[in-house]
Design a protein around this ligand. Sequence first.
Ligand code: MAN
Length: 533
Amino acid sequence: MAHTFSLIDPIKRSLIIHILILELVILSFFTLSAYAKVDNLSKLLGVEESKAHLYEAKGPDWTCLDGSATIPYEAINDDFCDCTDGSDEPGTSACPNSKFYCRNVGHISSFISSSRVNDGVCEPECCDGSDEYDGKIKCPNTCKETNAEYTKKLKELEKLRTQGIRIRKEYIEKGRKIKTKNAAELNRLEIELRAAKIRVKEREVALKKIEDSKPDTEQLAPKGNRERMKKLHERIIALKGDINKLHEQIDTLLSILKDMKNNHNQNYHDMAVKTAIKAYDEFLEEYNKDMETEDGDEVEENYEDNYDDIPDKEKPQIEEPSEPSYQERFLEMLWEIKDGVLELFGLQDHKSKRYHSSSSSRDTPKELSDARDAFEEAEQEQKDIENHIDEVKSKLSQDYGLEYEFAALDNECFSYDSGEYTYSLCMFGSATQKSNKDHSSTDLGNFAKWIGAESSNDPRYYTRMLYEDGARCWNGPARSVKLYLECGADNQILSVSEPEKCEYHMRMISPAVCLDHNNDHNNHNTEHKHDEL
Ligand code: MAN
């Protein structure tokens, strides 16, 4: 090689030497500037643009952003955690609490936990691939594609929002009509109520007049006895049906308690469970004894027959009821047990209709009984109107949202199948959880209030509903539901979870919450808001 080189003429040789020197100078210049660049970059690795100035070298030392320590400037991003806030290691995974910033040029920048830096996984949040820079794997820059997909999704969402806004306007219109209709209905009912009250008064006077003109003895005509017997007979058959139903319900409750006794966790010394099992054992002993002797107390089968077919002499004699009979007391007791047990298990949503002996079917002459019926009918009419008025008033006082948009959804029910349960929720009504296995239903509560924000002037106020006072949880609170509403083109429950025992969260989309931000009209201070009727 040296030999070959020596053969080149001196001018050419000197030219080659100059070129080589020049190349060396250029190369070392670029190498040095690249080093400087890498070095500078490495200090800024994982730092967001707005905080870059905090990482500028202002001397040999650098102070952690929380002031917890002063370290050599070189120690930034040296893969060793020096600051308690992790601010010295924004670009490495050395500090457990620091965040790595992905610039994601061409898409939206984001942060990931620094522990995910150089972990061998291309994080989807870092479409620029900057989270994996140690060379172990290569993450391609997908920001262009990610952004195109994101923009497409945004457009679809925007389309749904536009649809939602349009439907919400329809809801508002519907709400306005419902409000007007209810107000008119209330007016009409109040007029009807005045007329009904007059009718009651009139019929009361007419009845009194007839009652005053009849001697007491006439009020118990023998011919009425047959009627009364017939009614009693029908009543006994109905009561027998009630008894059978109660037996079935007692059997259901006993099987629930039996399951609890057999399947409860014996290692978990829950006093409430132990007490319940003890009470169950005691009850069972008494109950079995009662059941053995019960056969004799059965209502005779021939009561099922048509009363008119029973020969007169076999018909029981009528006596005026004084003290409640054994049967009445027994039934009363059974109803109380049933109410108590159902209440204990949170299954009681309304008080059962109790058996009450009635004296309204006294034997009366036709004129008197007609007058009494007419009076009772008028009284019932008045009560019905009053109940109807209460219903309409409660609807009129319901908070149906910023622009009455939720009135259109009043009593609309939606459900969601989670696999184990089917959840149902009726707007402004009740929520339930139904087992997909045994179809037993659990009350999750009734609508109580809006809880999206402190004040109803805040637009978020009408984005969250609370349903409460559901069936009590075993050793826990009464069940309740928080319904989170998001804008969507239709009404749909998207998910149900139970983050705390017996406290359920439902996510739902609805056009009712699609506010048109370009239109001030549906911002908080609207003219329609809560105008009193
Ligand atoms: C039932 C359901 C559950 C709830 C438990 C509490 O199984 O209502 O959602 O967690 O009761 O015991």
